[in-house]
Write a new protein. Sequence first.
Length: 233
Amino acid sequence: MKNKKGSHVGIVLSFTIFIVALIFTYAIVGPPIKYYSQKEVSVSILHNKIIDEISSEVITLRVNGNSASTCIIFDTPKNDFSNPQVYAVDSSGNEVSSIMDSTNTKVESGGDLIKVYYVDSLFDKGADCDLITCSDLCEAKVPNTFSTDKRVLEKNILEVINQTIENNTAFGERMGVSLSDEYTILFDYMNGTIIGNDVREDIKLDVYSEIFEINYLSVNSEEKVGGLIIRVW
């Protein structure tokens, strides 16, 4: 009986030590876990809203650019853009001179395939050739393919970064950032260049940070990949 009582006491003592250890562990580990969980939710919400902010509708046409004429002409696709812009590139990604109005689009001929983008914002275009004066010389074409998609545009990314630099608080409020959170947004071009207001050196608290890889259309209409970096503390 004495041995049994001793074993019961040992079991109770071991269980008590185990419970105390759990409480002690939670006291140390629990708050950081809760902290990062809350910040992770904030980053996720901010990421979704920023992606929507930097995405725009893009109409893409693909057309055969081979022609004996100096340019080709085809119908401008219907759109609801307030300030429609056009940008064309050949199969190598080089800019091809282009011009448009509400009825027709004219593109300098050359190459088996020309990709034509229409957006409601300004591309960083080079000088147009005299397509407007050669409408009688352009060969009429019918585009091979047509698509409309929401795309991330570099121009939109730059605008968002500038807004956060100029007035981080106002932009955060518009994005629904919690009043208890501070944040910063950066963009990594994946070539060693990162833009945005990096305030890590001024932060004394732990920071929750994530980088989201995104495909975007550059101001030169190039398909590129970059990293959207969001930090919350």
